[in-house]
Ligand binder design. Sequence first.
Ligand code: HQG
Length: 179
Amino acid sequence: MNYQKLSKEISYALRHAPHEYELELDEYGWVQTEQLLHSLHEQPVWRNVSEKDLQVMISQFDKKRFEMENGKMRALYGHSTAKRVLKEESEPPEFLYHGTPKRFVSLILEQGLLPKGRQYVHLSEEIQTAKQVGKRRDTHPTILKIEAKKAWANKVTFYHGNEMVWLADKIDRQYISIL
Ligand code: HQG
């Protein structure tokens, strides 16, 4: 089983295109695991995927992208569906980080961090993670440091993604500096 390929397919289904898979996310992004499996089984490549495979896939990667609970499964972050997936509000640590290609930096320092194609801005708890995020689009990304606690004290809402990923609606430029 190619778990990386499976993870990409399920990321696409649960973050971006549930309707293509005849799935409907509930307000917190959950779908019935059975329904997800049923939909995957329609594709020859995933004909034999089992619930156990989904569990193995989730635990295989350092990044916790999904969770499974009570017969349901959801993506923890990354959504771009029209209907906003609700996330749990949470008090952030003092600082969070965001890795971005150099070419976006001047605009970000002007406009702040915006969700762009996703429902939330994605922030990293560790510099190393932010670097990895930025490296998807630039071999030498810029790491931005966010004064998260200060923003939170000023009523900016933060949400918990997973142990490493935080979400926010928008981060104004006053809280952003280049690391
Ligand atoms: C940029 C992956 C111009 C922002 C990753 C980013 C992450 C602006 C891009 C997760 C801007 C959006 C999310 C502004 C933000 N002007 N550019 N005002 N504000 N941007 O992919 O954070 O591996 O939607 O800097 O690792 O890169 O798939 O967000 O470069 O955890 O699990 O707009 O997705 O996770 O890009 O990545 P994205 P992201 P997975």
